[in-house]
Structures are given as structure tokens and as C-alpha cells.
Design a protein around this ligand. Structure first.
Ligand SMILES: Nc1ncnc2c1ncn2[C@@H]1O[C@H](COP(=O)(O)OP(=O)(O)OP(=O)(O)O)[C@@H](O)[C@H]1O
Ligand SMILES: [Mg+2]
Length: 237
């Protein structure tokens, strides 16, 4: 079988001497959406940090487009085409929307930054309207749009999102998911953690259920949604 576009394989490690991840594997194919679900404290954010290089692994590896990037810093991974929106503190609240997007372009050396910004304003029109407003003055859903937009400013090949719909209403969640599908259709792979498990698995090509730092179930989103055990234990029946 061909290697997935991005894979964190058999990742074992944590923040100190105690491992949080135990041989955990996550992957996403080019242009597909992979979703990670699981209870609070399961290690979902930790696994995302591990894939992005914010955690030193005791075992395992991370590969992007067939290249071993296990030893690269997060910044070097951004240069290789990874974008990451962390679960918290993912925008600069004291800066305007547009300044946040400009910050996102920090690694760009070309002169097409305005073009990318316009694409992001096309994807999230409300951000254009609020471009000169402080990001901290925006609603929860709008802030998440700023965070996703900021990550898109580097023109990533893979976008990693840790709970992009946290704290937003069901309508805003649906809209964000629609935008995420749109992003994936442009060929960008999406690796995303979601608390809204059922809705996220509906748009997932691949789904992972993590429990206590381990892979519990891995299948297509559709198959996980249809699995009685997964439904009972993780999707509220
Ligand atoms: N910076 C840190 N230092 C030490 N331990 C941490 C740190 N961050 C998380 N942990 C621990 O790692 C474990 C997994 O946490 P993690 O944040 O990865 O879970 P999660 O699945 O993302 O949970 P949630 O659904 O609440 O976001 C928890 O036991 C947590 O206490
Ligand atoms: Mg988390």
C-alpha cells in the first residue's frame, strides 16, 4: 500500500518521564480529511503536537510526502508544508484580523501574499469586513476563522486543526465544516481533532478514536459512524 501523505507512526512520548502517547498512529492522505475523536484527556492534542514537532518522541516517526521529518522543528515543518491551528491561544487578540493574517505569512518570501489574503477573504467574507478590527473583539466562530486563515497564509499542503469548532453554535459549526471541506477540495489534506464527533466523522474520509494515548478504532468515517460499539461508547448511542 502507498504511504499516506502525512503519517505519525507508532508515536510514543509525553511531556516528561511519563508517556502520554503509546504507539499512536495518525495519518492523512493527500486532499483527504482525517478526524481524531476521543474522550477528554485521551491525548488528541498531544498527538497533534507530536505530529507538528512540539513534543519529543521516545519512539516512532513522522513522515511527510515520504520524507522523514521526525527531527525537524515545528518551524521547519511549516516550511515543508504543514499548517497547525492549536486548540488554544491560536490568534493574536491584540492585533487586527489583517495583522493576524500577515503574521501567518512569516515564512513567505514571494510577493503573492496579498493574493493569498484575498483567497482567505473569499473563503471567510466576514474577515474582510472586519479586517481592521482587533481579533480579540470577534465572536468565537470568527476567531476560529482568523486562526484557520492565518494557518492558510503559508499555503500549506496539510492543515492540522485542533478542535476548530470548539465553543461555537451548531450553525457556525456546520459553516466551518463546509469551509474545511472546501479547503480539502483544493487539494490540502486536513488532520483535525473534533469534540463534535458525529458531525466531524460525517465529513471524514478517515476517522481515529483515541483512548488513553492509544488507537482504539480506525476506519472510514462512515464505518465508525455505523459501528455499534463506537456509537455506544463515543458518539452518545
Ligand atoms: N503541557 C503539558 N504538560 C504536562 N502534561 C500535559 C500537558 N498537556 C497535556 N498534558 C496531559 O496529557 C494528557 C493528554 O492531554 P491532551 O491535551 O493531549 O488531551 P486531549 O485528548 O486533547 O483532551 P481534550 O479533549 O480535553 O482537549 C492529559 O493527562 C494531560 O493532563
Ligand atoms: Mg485537546
Amino acid at each position: 500500500m502507498a504511504e499516506p501523505f502525512l503519517i505519525g507512526e507508532n508515536m510514543t512520548g509525553g511531556y516528561g518521564p511519563v508517556d502520554i502517547l503509546h504507539s499512536c498512529t495518525l495519518a492523512v492522505e493527500a486532499g483527504e480529511i482525517a478526524v481524531i475523536v476521543g474522550p477528554n484527556g485521551a491525548g488528541k492534542s498531544t498527538a497533534m503536537k507530536a505530529v507538528f514537532g512540539m513534543l519529543s518522541l521516545r519512539q516512532g516517526s513522522v513522515r511527510l510526502g515520504g520524507e522523514d521529518i521526525t527531527k525537524l522543528s515545528p518551524q521547519a515543518r511549516v516550511r515543508k508544508g504543514m499548517g497547525f491551528v492549536p486548540q488554544t491561544h491560536n490568534i493574536f487578540t491584540g492585533m487586527t484580523v489583517e495583522e493576524n493574517l500577515e503574521m501567518g505569512a512569516f515564512i513567505r518570501e514571494d510577493d503573492k501574499i496579498t493574493e493569498t489574503m484575498e483567497q482567505i477573504y473569499g473563503l471567510f467574507p466576514i474577515l474582510k469586513q472586519k479586517r481592521y478590527q482587533k481579533a480579540g473583539e470577534l465572536s468565537g466562530g470568527q476567531r476560529q476563522q482568523v486562526a484557520v486563515g492565518r494557518a492558510l497564509m503559508t499555503q500549506p499542503k496539510v492543515l492540522m486543526l485542533d478542535e476548530p469548532t470548539a465553543g461555537v453554535s451548531p450553525i457556525v459549526m456546520d459553516e466551518l465544516f463546509d469551509r474545511i471541506i472546501e479547503i480539502a477540495r483544493t487539494g490540502i489534506s486536513i488532520l483535525m481533532v473534533e469534540q463534535n464527533a458525529r458531525q466531524a466523522l460525517e465529513i471524514a474520509d478517515k476517522g481515529y478514536v483515541l483512548v488513553q494515548g492509544k488507537n482504539r478504532y480506525t476506519d472510514t468515517g462512515k464505518a465508525l459512524l455505523a459501528d455499534p460499539d463506537v456509537r455506544k461508547s463515543f458518539l452518545g448511542g
